[in-house]
Write a new protein. Sequence first.
Length: 888
Amino acid sequence: MSRAFTLSFASFVVKPFGIIRMVKLQRVGALVVAITVWLTLPLRAEIPSPEEHFGFRMGTDRQLASAEGIEQYFELLATQSDRVRLVDVGLTTEGHRTIAAIVSAPENIRNLESIRAANMRLADPRTLGPDEARRLAATQKTVVAIGASIHASEIGATQAANELLYTLASARDPGTLTVLQNVVVIVIPLLNPDGHRLVTDWYNKNKGTPFEGGPMPWLYHKYAGHDINRDAFMMNLAENRNLARFLYTSWHPQVFLTMHQMEENGPRFFVPPNTDPIDLNYDPLIWRSAAFLGDAMAMELQRDGHTGVLSNAKYDYYWPGFEDSAPLGHNTVCLLTEVASVDIASPVTITANELRGGFKGLTDYRPQINFPQPWPGGRWTLRDIVDYDLSAVRGLLTATAAYREQLVQNFYDMGRRAVESGARGGPFAFIIPPEQHDPHTTAKLENLLIDGAIEIHRALEPFRADGEPYPAGTDIIFLAQPYRAYVKTLLERQTYPGHRATASGPADRPYDVAGWTLPKQMGVNVVTVDRSFESPPTSRLSGATIAPAAVWGERKPGYWVIEANGNGGAIAVNRLVAAGAVPAWSAIPIETGGFRYEPGSIVVPYLKTAESTVASIARELGLRVDGVKGKPPQSVRPIGRARVAVYKPWTENIDEGWTRWLLDQYEFPYTSITDTDIRAGNLRGRFDAIILPNSSPDRLVSGYPADAVPAQYAGGMTAAGIDAIKTFVRTGGTLICLSQSSDLAIAAFELPIRDVAREADDRLFVPGSILKLEVDPSKPLAYGMEPHTAAFFAFSSAFDAIPARGSANGHGGDAVPAVGMDTVAHYGSRDVLLSGWLEGEELIAGRAAVVQASVGTGHVVLLGFPVQHRGQSHATFRLLFNAIFTAR
Ligand SMILES: [Zn+2]
């Protein structure tokens, strides 16, 4: 073997994750024989590199591998390499595949099902004793999952994934072979396949124009955009349900790495450990493991000469809703990397004086222990992103191979400790009694826990716990289960461990939100039982269903009265309307068949063709129905069949996406309208209700500037749009304002209302927390709600009336006098915080949270907080639904 070949080979060994340059080898004429031998080794020669497959090297400036191309490449390697098997994770929201390549040594791939089965046994220590676990760990492979670019515009990792797969499938250096022998690597090249298509389409369409690499005017997921990675425990989106099923019930990796991108002008790369605070529910070993593996990545990056690597900063893992934090509660070591962005695929140049720190863990951009060698500035390209990502992954895989047995054993031990803690109590169980205000939402809560691999048991006989009696049919979540931390963090109250360094210093705010307690957000009664109790006979739930209710009373009645509590009550209305019936709200209680129907129950005149709908409402939604003789009562309020518009700004408004998601889920028809529609006016002719998503008024009015996006997407609704909305309301329309868009309505209609939360500046600090909310369920906007409930509040609004000054406002001319104001809900008057972090309680205690104002012949509804927050805050969905139902 000549020296030249040896050198080439050596460079391959050092850089196994880089593309092998066959060209280089061919230049060495004396090595024809050796190369021939090399090329004819099994499989190697048949596997095309990404460059051969895509026609360009991954990370080439302004070139992107498409979703279809990546799928084809992964399929190709699965057919050509005995190290690779391809599996499907599930279909996306828009029906695309999510693929995963499982890569390991050929003997592991042949043995894959038994490795997988052993892994699932290790995940549940209740069925595996310590001795057997140790024996298993001695030979079991580490399972490491790597997912790319759930945030689709953070696109570099999807490109790197092709080279990663190629190297793992083809490289023959000792380092790679050791990895393959010890690790089962799962590569998910596109965590957001829909978004990848949207982003690449937009990028390619604008390539070569002034808008190349600029913002896309819509979300990179049909509903959630960036929030696709804020849905991991709620699983409202198909992508997150699929991933949870894959991670928790199919493969259960010991390690899960997700690869993201961050801003262009800071550090180049972030690796774990993350920063404070930590969620104390998780086993401390998980933080040590994350730090260890993060450092293995950092070390490899440094060895490769990649500067600007940061750790222990900025990103906390307090909140469990990220795809890479929810698995922490399942004893999976979660790792996040972030690499400095380019403009999608177009390179950027960052000068030294543009580089910034300015966040937790890196106040100034200068060398320090967690950032030993700052990047000096210069040109930064998509290829740099690919190189950094591959270097980090190589460090991770090297470490997981070297510490294979420890990582496997840790996984088992963490599960075992969770079971033991649960058995000791404090808490011992969560109990979900069968009598619930909102059966539809109770089932949703139980299903998201079951989808999160939490075991729920249904009591078959009555029992007592903590001295309280519970009937048969009560659901019990015993905490002696391996994912105790996960269920505990979702169901218990959060007390955010935030602080300020000095009384007037900046708040140590969470990276995401401070409180999420699901029973509060969803309005489900969940009882925490601290002490152990004797379990009644139970059966394990495979899925939660709503206990069917019945249709009582007359079979051919004059009318039906239908219980309409909670969110099922809203679906009932929509199904009745769709069936051609004419439902109305009862404004008074109705007693029939020994049952009292509260105001807000549905009254609907008998209609032969609606019989089956009514029966299915009782059966599927669990809402009691009585058929009653005679004419419907007089005291009813008609329910409008509102023609609903949802305003869709061209500014990637996530709240707009979640609003559409909510309306789709709860069976409301609606039309999306854009700036063009709003500016054109004549809105009243087309719609009865217009919903403005949460956005600052300025953003709604101005949109993106003309130099950021093509002309048809620039400029917002403009003053002309505001005028059109004013006319819409004055002539009988209903304007529904979500959160901050309330401020637009207050200004536009000169409502005599102050938003005291907005005026409070930093005296009020609520970075996403759950607050006490008092509603008056006798008011139509609050029909179907519980009087004492909870609001999710995140830099939201609290309203106070401005005392009347003769006329409703001081402006003349165009002023619109407000003729009636009604507070529908207000924040609690004391002990306002239910979960999370609140500073400045006195500023919002008792203040109005939801206000309805009459303007002309129309209405403005100000929903001062996110009533449909990420599809999580079920307790307050009805405020939006009722605002639609009362519009006409
Ligand atoms: Zn991201």
